[in-house]
Design a protein around this ligand. Structure first.
Ligand SMILES: Cc1cc2nc3c(=O)[nH]c(=O)nc-3n(C[C@H](O)[C@H](O)[C@H](O)COP(=O)(O)OP(=O)(O)OC[C@H]3O[C@@H](n4cnc5c(N)ncnc54)[C@H](O)[C@@H]3O)c2cc1C
Length: 304
């Protein structure tokens, strides 16, 4: 019987894991990857202690830090959680684990566009992570769908590799951080289409060849080898049917009796982007992970 299972491998999970290891409770971390969304970011410039660091490097620093404390992440996908009396069974495709508490820090995943061709050409030109897949499109024309921070970040990253970048934005102007906006507008490679509704991603059966969109009632088709869908994200928590969610599908958390990050189910905790905390940032996720594990320590002490 474990004291807790931390689900996830992003900043919330790894910060919690450092504290759990030092407290010497019986726990494991189960995740599909180590680093979470941090590994998809180009430059992170607002994490204390690093004035500017490439996301994948920051994720590497997190990994080193947990390993120094003896934590090894079990690489698996959690597919379900069941309640068994006051305890829980956390399920992966190959193994079930019994635990007194669960900390869900499974973050967010990219939102799908839902247009014709998107599913057919996923991983054959349609991508959701410019940091991961950008170099594959070196020297090609690519489209970035979206107009917020994720899209701007992707466009800037692709600026290093692609020949031309078409930003296809649904709204009448780009939104997002001023600093990112000004960098995008300075790029000679980026062309922005505002008020543009993506209609279809087309290909030759093997890979993406073009993208069609409607702008002010007119149909356009641009020749591209890659389409990056950057229209935000949704909580990654379909394996959890137990806790209450808010209108955005995020796990609702609260503090009661001095115990932070509790969900609607006693013994289940949540932290970071998957939770109802509105600030979706690395430093916030790390802090929330710590708040949650400190809450778990108090809860476990109460069980004794
Ligand atoms: C492109 C981009 C740029 C960003 N830039 C910045 C920035 O500059 N500064 C900043 O502060 N924030 C930035 N952010 C936001 C920041 O990365 C997130 O707020 C932060 O990573 C959230 O951490 P988290 O631990 O809650 O979740 P995540 O980082 O999303 O980690 C979730 C983890 O859970 C795992 N997981 C998911 N489902 C399962 C499952 N079923 N089973 C097992 N494991 C699972 C995932 O594999 C992942 O390891 C950026 C985000 C993106 C996408």
């Amino acid at each position: 019987m474990l004291d807790t299972i931390i689900i996830g491998g992003g900043p919330a999970a790894l910060a919690a894991a450092v504290y759990a290891a030092r407290q010497k409770i019986k726990f494991i971390v189960i995740s599909k990857d180590v680093g979470g969304q941090v590994a998809w970011s180009s430059d992170v410039e607002n994490y204390l202690g690093f004035s500017s660091i490439v996301g994948i490097k920051l994720a590497g620093e997190f990994k080193k830090h947990v390993e120094t404390n003896g934590v090894k992440v079990e690489m698996a996908e959690v597919v379900g959680i069941e309640k068994k009396g006051k305890q829980f069974i956390v399920k992966t495709p190959t193994k079930n684990y019994e635990t007194k508490t669960v900390l869900i820090t499974s973050g967010k995943k990219p939102r799908k566009l839902g247009v014709k061709g998107e599913e057919d050409y996923e991983k054959r030109g349609v991508a959701y992570c410019a940091t991961c897949d950008g170099p594959v499109f070196s020297g090609m024309n690519v489209a970035v769908i979206g107009g917020g921070n994720s899209a701007l970040d992707a466009a800037l990253l692709l600026d290093k590799y692609a020949k031309k970048i078409y930003v296809v934005n649904l709204n009448n102007q780009l939104s997002g951080e001023r600093m990112l906006l000004s960098k995008v507008k300075k790029s000679k490679k980026v062309h922005i289409y505002d008020n543009a509704i993506t209609k279809e991603i087309k290909g030759d059966g093997k890979k993406v060849t073009s993208l069609s969109f409607e702008q002010n009632g007119k149909e356009f088709e641009i020749k591209v080898g890659g389409v990056f869908v950057e229209i935000g994200s949704v909580p990654s928590n379909s394996f959890d049917k137990l806790t209450k969610k808010n209108q955005w599908g995020e796990i609702t958390i609260h503090t009661k009796n001095g115990i932070s990050n509790q969900t609607s189910v006693t013994g289940m905790f949540a932290a970071g982007d998957v939770s109802s905390v509105p600030e979706k940032q690395v430093i916030v996720a790390a802090g929330e992970g710590v708040k949650a594990i400190l809450g778990i320590f108090k809860y476990l002490n109460g069980l004794k």
